[in-house]
Each structure stands twice: as structure tokens, then as C-alpha cells.
Design a protein around this ligand. Structure first.
Ligand SMILES: [Zn+2]
Ligand SMILES: [Zn+2]
Length: 330
């Protein structure tokens, strides 16, 4: 690292130096669930799991489906209501799966806890189901714009539900002295190793109750949380401090991040966990798209009007601020 370089933490980096804490906080960051890279990869892979009646349409529009997979995270800089749609702190409710004390359906959950309380601890499983109904409606109405937009966005929320750290109030290791683990697991590892992952999942299947499937996904994520935190803690205690991080020159900046060696060790300890969660995300997304199409009457997707989606009404032209509102994931 050149001392003359300005130290710049990229979005995937934890705060390890109190000296530089202020610098980090002032800089805009770009990390979100699965990172932009991960979300795009997942949505893109989902397209290849679709049945013939859908594949052509999604393949034609694969660029839209891929690029707009990150719109929900972009909204987190401007829309107050957005943040809680991306996670649920299951540890607020119970220590381990199964999560029996939380009603799986929104109305019953509101009756038990109130909407304010649910929002305060995250609503991702319910938001997936809400998006599902929107997607079914879009298919029923043969509304190409909405089909594409909601498909891209439901893919985002489903992928978030597959991230173990999206099920905990300790979402960035801030209570266990592991600050930065969020982006380490969901951004750094896929960016380094996804070319080695086997991401070709199983073909889409019809899901009878998407709400239950969403709960299954987050409960599996929650069950995996312990290894995410414990393995990094173990590795960190047994790894030389001076090799834990690396610096990459980017122009006049030095980007600090977990070193490749450290990342590789962590990925190995996790025993393909990131790969499995990536694949499971794509499987569920394809199945949810397929189920919505089936529930929406299986419209002929080759006969939809040609125009492309208009801008999302929830998506402002420019973000209101540089930082995410609510939960920061970096
Ligand atoms: Zn995340
Ligand atoms: Zn997200």
C-alpha cells in the first residue's frame, strides 16, 4: 500500500481500523444483498431453469431481468419503506428453527404482533408472497411491463431470503466483532469463486404455496447462520493478521478487502455453502416465476405487446442520499 494513496474502502470491506472509521462512513458504498454481482448472477441463472413455454420470453428479456435484479437495493437509498423488505430477524422471535411462534401469513402475523412491530424486524417472507400475487396479476393481465419488472424484483427478494445473515439482528457481525462479514459472505466470496461454482440448478417446479416456500427458504438460511459466524471467527483466530486483508490499486485509490487467501480458506470451511445458497435461490426464483405464470392462466408470452417496461414508479430518478436508509450492510 502506498502511503500517498488515499485509503478507500470499497463496498465489500469491513471496518477494522478505528483510525479510518470516519473515512469509511463518509464514502458512498455500493454493497447490498448478494452484492450487485450476486443478484445479477442469480436472476440470470434462473432464466435457464424455465420450461419451454417461458424460456423464450425470459431469454429474450434476460438483460432486463438481470440488470433490474438490483432495483430493490437501489430504492433503499430513497424509500423509507424499502429496507425491511430485504430481511427478517428470526433471532428476535426464536433461537432456532422451526420458527413456530410467527404466523406464516401476513394477516395472522399482524394480528399477533402488529404491522409496526413486524416492519421493525423485517418482512422478507411476506414481501415475497405479496410480490407473488403481483406477478400472478401481471400474467393474468398479460402486462409485459409488469411481468418483467416484478419478475426481476421478486428474484431479488427471494435471493435475499437465501442469505443467512439476512435472518439475524447480528447481520453484519457487529455484535460478535466480525464487522464486514455480511459483504464478505454474500459479495466477496461469490465474486472470487463463482466461476468455480456449479450453479446449474434443477428445472422449475410448480410451488403450491409460495408463502410456505418463502418461510422454508429463510428457515434454511437461519439454520446456516451459525456456521457463517462460527467458521469466520475460528479462521480469524487462527490466521495471521497481516495476511487477512489485501489492497488493490484502483487508480489513485487503494481498495482494502479480505485477502484471496483468507477468502479461499473461509469458502473451503463453508463447504460450498455459498454455492448451495446461490443455486437454491435460482431454483426457487425459476419455480416462483413458473408458478405465477401457471396461476395467471399460462398466457402465451410470445404474443405480448412489444414495448419495454416503463420506469418503476417507486424508483426515483436520483437517490435522496448516499447511504441506505435503515440497515447498512457494509
Ligand atoms: Zn445482504
Ligand atoms: Zn436486498
Amino acid at each position: 500500500m502506498k502511503t500517498s494513496s488515499r485509503i478507500f474502502f470499497n463496498g465489500f470491506f469491513p471496518i477494522v481500523s478505528s483510525l479510518l472509521l470516519t473515512t469509511h462512513c463518509l464514502l458512498p458504498t455500493a454493497t447490498n444483498a448478494w452484492g450487485f454481482y450476486g443478484h445479477k448472477l442469480i436472476n440470470k441463472n434462473s432464466v435457464f431453469l424455465l420450461p419451454p413455454g417461458m424460456f423464450g420470453f425470459y431469454k429474450t428479456n434476460i438483460e432486463y431481468i438481470t440488470e433490474h435484479s438490483v432495483d430493490p437495493d437501489r430504492r433503499r437509498y430513497s424509500l423509507d419503506a424499502e429496507a425491511c423488505r430485504h430481511y427478517i430477524d428470526l433471532d428476535h422471535y426464536e433461537k432456532a428453527v422451526p420458527i413456530d411462534s410467527v404466523p406464516h401469513y401476513w394477516k395472522e402475523a399482524v394480528a399477533k404482533f402488529t404491522a409496526d412491530s413486524l416492519n421493525a424486524h423485517g418482512i422478507v417472507p411476506w414481501h415475497i408472497n405479496l410480490m407473488y400475487f403481483r406477478l400472478v396479476e401481471a400474467f393474468k393481465n398479460k402486462d409485459k411491463q409488469r411481468i418483467l419488472r416484478v419478475s426481476a424484483e421478486i428474484g431479488h427478494y427471494i435471493a435475499d431470503a437465501h442469505v443467512p445473515l439476512h435472518t439475524s439482528h447480528n447481520y453484519n457481525g457487529q455484535f460478535t466483532n466480525q464487522h464486514g462479514i455480511h459483504a464478505f459472505w454474500e459479495s466477496r466470496l461469490p465474486e472470487l469463486f463463482s466461476s468455480e461454482y456449479d450453479l446449474l440448478g434443477e428445472k422449475a417446479v410448480y410451488i403450491d404455496k409460495v408463502q410456505e416456500a418463502a418461510w422454508m427458504a429463510i428457515e434454511q438460511s437461519y439454520a446456516a447462520l451459525d456456521s457463517v459466524l462460527t467458521f469466520e471467527k475460528m479462521l480469524s483466530q487462527n490466521f495471521p493478521d497481516d495476511r487477512k486483508y489485501s489492497f488493490e490499486e484502483k487508480g489513485r485509490m487503494a481498495l482494502k478487502n479480505y485477502s484471496e487467501e483468507y477468502s479461499r480458506k473461509y469458502n473451503d470451511m463453508l463447504n460450498d455453502q455459498v454455492e448451495r445458497r446461490l443455486r437454491a435461490s435460482a431454483n426457487m426464483i425459476a419455480s416462483v416465476w413458473y408458478s405465477a405464470w401457471a396461476d395467471g392462466g399460462m398466457p402465451d408470452l410470445d404474443k405480448l405487446p412489444e414495448e419495454m417496461p416503463k420506469p418503476d414508479p417507486e424508483q426515483p430518478e436520483a437517490p435522496k442520499q448516499e447511504k441506505m436508509i435503515g440497515r447498512q450492510e457494509e
